[in-house]
Design a protein around this ligand. Structure first.
Ligand SMILES: C[S@@+](CC[C@H](N)C(=O)[O-])C[C@H]1O[C@@H](n2cnc3c(N)ncnc32)[C@H](O)[C@@H]1O
Length: 128
């Protein structure tokens, strides 16, 4: 097994031809989530899968508001992150599974825990 560490917003061509890419609780922490989502198809073979999980907690401390995929109003309507993902990924991916809730708990102290509900979606890379 090989392990590499890299900037998901600026991946080098080294990372290509994968059967599956898992981005677990990542997209809403990226400084350029659009760069990641609009280029990740280059890393996955046709028929391969992109698995995203995220609680969609967009914060300006991590991501400039112009980069948010959803969680804001556009043309007077709420744009959810799930809708934004479908728009952003739709050119190269077809929804394959989900959405599905994935709850998890982070223990902050003995008396305080953070309960988060992440959402999983699975996207299949089209061959076109
Ligand atoms: C909320 S944590 C999730 C960690 C783990 N994947 C999980 O599900 O428990 C977000 C992770 O994204 C990483 N991260 C933030 N910006 C990144 C970037 N540009 N490229 C790669 N990883 C990044 C952070 O270092 C952090 O480990």
């Amino acid at each position: 097994m090989e392990l590499f560490q890299a900037d998901a917003c600026n991946l080098k061509p080294l990372y290509t031809g994968h059967d599956l890419v898992l981005a677990a609780n990542l997209v809403d922490r990226l400084y350029r989530p659009r760069a990641f989502l609009e280029s990740i198809h280059e890393r996955i073979r046709p028929g391969g899968l992109l698995v995203l999980t995220s609680p969609y907690t967009w914060r300006e401390e991590h991501t400039r508001r112009e980069e948010w995929i959803g969680g804001f109003r556009r043309d007077g309507e709420n744009l959810t992150t799930r809708e934004g993902l479908r728009e952003t990924l739709g050119r190269h991916f077809t929804p394959a599974a989900g959405p599905r809730d994935l709850p998890f708990v982070i223990r902050e102290t003995r008396r305080k825990h953070q309960h988060t509900i992440s959402e999983m979606t699975v996207w299949e890379r089209r061959g076109d």
